[in-house]
Design a protein around this ligand. Structure first.
Ligand code: AMP
Ligand code: MG
Length: 353
């Protein structure tokens, strides 16, 4: 063997040894890049809708535990705030709130308090005391006939967030009028999602996504190679006509953000062949048809959820003006049929693929 070749082999061996040594050293000291494994819950039914959770962690066992922690939180929130479970705190307030001040847990109080803040911020467009009008909407859908004016006027008189009395020191809730009824359908999902994300982080998730009925929050990154979570926005026209398609109107690219969509294509009553949205404008006591869909992106899901419902009631001009005022909140609106035109807030483009 030539001298030059020998030198080359020796240099190569030294280089390889240095590489192997540095690799072993980083392994021993834990400096190796963190392995990220993903667990996927598949679709489950919670809060009367479909939910889907993905967790990213260093090992599959942890990722699986993060998923269960998320669902436990979502179920806990539902047990407290459901309007259908007779033993929930919201049902207790609805039963007894006009007779006495009802004590509630901290999470329930927090959501009620945030709801009142949203009512003040939106000039009453967002109003969790809308319960009596939501009941009429259900009854009208079942009877396939609109309620009469007197019934609507009477229900309307029992609605109004200013008639909801919260006592922060006692942590109690009371109604100022007989027949009032709370409905947290426009905000509780968002709160549950935030609690689920908190629980996942505590359980060791490096990243994840929580989707409850199309309201979503994501954190961390989906994988070592992917930085953003991609979220498709459904075409309201296709959804309304039950066309199942992955042909989204746009795809959002998010990391550490929440997104909520409100729209009458999601839940509606058909009365006399016409669709009526489940979102109610409490001022006019009628269902809100100003927009086909409203998507709000912001830091946390409770705000995204509340704002999406509020903007649905406020409509295009007032709704967008509100979003422009709120730092870190963006919105994408789709106007009603037949136009289905897309309008968006000034900085929404940064999230669109
Ligand atoms: P979302 O899908 O988040 O927009 O919530 C819609 C649900 O919120 C409805 O099904 C009702 O339970 C409730 N809701 C309807 N109208 C209002 C309103 N004006 N303010 C707050 N919640 C409402
Ligand atoms: Mg909402």
């Amino acid at each position: 063997m030539y001298k030059k070749e020998k030198i080359f082999i020796v240099i190569s061996l030294v280089a390889i040894s240095v590489l192997v040594y540095s690799f072993l050293k980083t392994q021993r000291h834990g400096f190796a890049p963190m392995q990220r494994l993903k667990a996927d819950s598949g679709q489950r039914i919670v809060m009367g809708t479909f939910a889907h959770v993905v967790a990213v962690a260093g090992d599959l066992e942890t990722a699986g535990k993060c998923i269960e922690a998320a669902f436990t939180e979502i179920e806990n929130v539902d047990a407290l705030m459901s309007g259908h479970k007779s033993d929930s705190q919201i049902c207790a307030v609805n039963r007894d709130g006009a007779k006495r001040a009802v004590k509630v847990s901290e999470p329930t109080y927090k959501v009620l308090d945030r709801s009142i803040e949203f009512s003040k911020l939106t000039g009453g467009a967002f109003d969790i005391t809308v319960g009596p009008l939501v009941d009429l909407w259900h009854a009208a859908g079942e009877a396939n006939s609109l309620s009469d004016v007197n019934t609507i006027t009477q229900a309307r008189s029992k609605v109004g967030y200013e008639k909801l009395i919260l006592d922060v020191n006692e942590r109690t809730v009371r109604f100022a009028a007989e027949g009032m009824k709370l409905d947290l359908g426009g905000i509780a999902k968002g709160y549950a999602i935030d609690k689920a994300v908190e629980a996942m982080k505590l359980a060791g998730a490096a990243g994840g996504i929580v989707d409850v009925g199309g309201d979503i929050r994501c954190f961390g990154r989906p994988s070592e190679v992917k930085k953003y979570w991609l979220i498709g926005l459904q075409d309201p026209w296709k959804a309304q006509n039950n066309i199942i398609s992955k042909d989204y109107i746009l795809v959002l690219r998010l990391t550490d953000a929440a997104v909520a969509t409100s729209g009458h294509y999601r839940r509606y009553a058909v009365i006399g062949g016409k669709r009526y949205s489940h979102i109610i404008d409490s001022k006019t006591a009628s269902s809100s048809e100003k927009l086909a869909s409203v998507t709000v992106i912001c830091k946390n899901a409770v705000d995204a959820d509340g704002l999406a419902t509020a903007v649905s009631v406020m409509g295009r001009e007032k709704g967008l003006a509100l979003i422009e005022q709120i730092p870190d909140a963006e919105a994408i609106l789709i106007t009603p049929a037949p136009e289905f035109k897309r309008i968006q807030s000034s900085r929404a483009a940064q999230y669109i693929e």
